[in-house]
Design a protein around this ligand. Structure first.
Ligand code: ADP
Ligand code: MG
Length: 415
């Protein structure tokens, strides 16, 4: 009976940090760094409790699930949380005294932590299914390593092997269960915020499409009369006023255009599109715009990159990103445009040598009206994100202040 109680206690200790994270932390604490720090503390506590209340198999066999908080802290947190948690395990084990058990723990950590850290990057970029497999695999590796080192240090005995095998099964099954739980809750959270965003966009687009036409007509009339006013006899300063008025009207018109392209369902007009061919066209169109900014565009584009999308929308998102890349280099420079494919994806890269963005600026990229430009609308990136998402694609941005920015777009490939 008491073994079952111990088993259940260990499972509870794993579940608590996960629920705390999703209920209290994800939405309230915005900074990624603070979130990671708080979670490291929680996983640390979970490790300490796990080791304090192990499962007692009689004799000397005491087992616990410390691998799960260690694994989760490292995979979701990264290098420093991993080192911190491993250090914590070691220090706490030291508190129980130096003996074979301590050396066992130290050796297992020595051989497993580097492997966890090695796989951490691919874990972060993986999708749910792969994450689950990866975590369960790493947990399996940790336990097998534990058994091997145990046998080396204490010699082989059938009874020990039996206990260790139970531990292995229990730890791997536990890891699998909790990673599935974690990832499923994460998916639900993400879905919820996507639905909220989509709802916001729907309201915006409904309002704008109603107003846009009503506003555009008087604007066109005003613009026409301003042009008529612009005669030769007018003094230079008045001419300047007219020029500014027309420019501002055009800008307002641009904002309306950007708004109108928001939130509209796109799948109605989707078709088979060769992304390479479209990108090539966009690059040719935008080349002259680049040259007026002293920016040259180098491209390495493969054709026959088929995806399912709306070509006009796709081109619009490329144009928005390329325009930003060109505008980010006030003194000119180079933009690299690439398009290639893998088995599953089409990968488009757009890279500039411009002013770059700080971490804070990157976080705000794509929010409505976020612009650092004097005449910017702050809608271009928001529209681009929306378009790419509507084609089930992803957009990643790497940027370094003063060095440049790289946009990577992945779209699902069809044959
Ligand atoms: P806008 O171009 O009208 O300002 P966007 O939504 O297109 O609006 O871009 C928002 C902001 O993101 C820009 O004002 C700029 O500060 C930043 N940005 C976007 N792309 C880049 C880039 N390639 N390099 C540097 N900053 C960029
Ligand atoms: Mg822009």
């Amino acid at each position: 009976m008491s073994i079952i109680k111990d088993f259940l206690l260990q499972l509870t200790l794993m579940a608590i940090p996960i629920f705390v994270y999703f209920i209290f932390i994800t939405e309230r604490i915005k900074s990624h760094r603070n979130r990671t720090m708080i979670m490291s503390v929680f996983w640390g506590l979970s490790i300490l409790l796990c080791m304090s209340f192990p499962i007692n198999f009689g004799q000397n066999a005491r087992l616990d699930l410390r691998i799960i908080p260690l694994l989760f802290g490292t995979l979701y947190g990264g290098f420093w949380p991993g080192v911190f948690l491993a250090g914590l395990v070691l220090l706490y084990r030291l508190y129980f005294g130096i003996g074979i058990g301590f050396y066992n723990t130290a050796l297992v950590l020595l051989f497993s932590l580097p492997v966890l850290l090695l796989y951490q990057k691919s874990f972060t970029s993986a999708k749910k299914d792969k994450r689950v497999k990866l975590a369960a695999g790493l947990s399996f590796y940790y336990c097998v390593l534990g058994i091997a080192i145990f046998i080396v240090l204490r010699g082989f005995s059938l009874e020990n092997l039996r206990v260790q095998s139970i531990h292995l099964l229990y730890a791997v099954a536990g890891t699998w269960l909790f990673i599935l739980l974690y990832e499923t809750i994460r998916e639900i959270h993400q879905l919820r915020s996507e639905v909220q965003n989509a709802e916001k966009l729907r309201v915006i687009s409904e309002l704008t499409s109603v107003f846009a036409h009503e506003i555009r007509n008087p604007m066109q009339v005003t613009r026409g009369f301003l042009q008529l006013l612009d005669t030769h006899e007018l003094p230079d300063d008045k001419k300047e006023y007219i020029k500014i008025s027309i420019e501002e009207l055009d800008r307002a018109n641009e904002i309306i255009n950007d708004f109108l392209s928001l939130g509209k369902p796109t799948h109605a007009h989707n078709e088979r599109v060769d992304v390479g061919y479209q990108l090539e066209r966009v690059v040719n169109i935008i080349r002259s715009f680049g040259l007026t900014h002293n920016v040259h565009i180098k491209s390495d584009i493969l054709e026959n990159c088929w995806t399912y999308a709306n070509p006009q929308k796709l081109n619009q998102s490329f144009i928005n990103i390329l325009k930003n890349a060109i505008e980010s280099m006030p003194n000119g420079g180079l933009v690299w445009v690439g398009c290639s494919f893998t088995e599953e994806n089409i990968k488009i890269t757009i890279k500039d040598q411009g002013i770059g963005m700080t971490k804070k600026q990157l976080d705000r990229l794509g929010s409505p009206f976020y612009s650092l430009k004097e005449k910017g609308t702050g809608l271009g990136m928001m529209v681009s994100y929306q378009i790419i998402h509507s084609f089930k694609g992803e957009m990643k941005v790497n940027s370094e202040k003063g060095i440049g920015t790289e946009f990577i777009i992945l779209l699902p490939r069809i044959l």
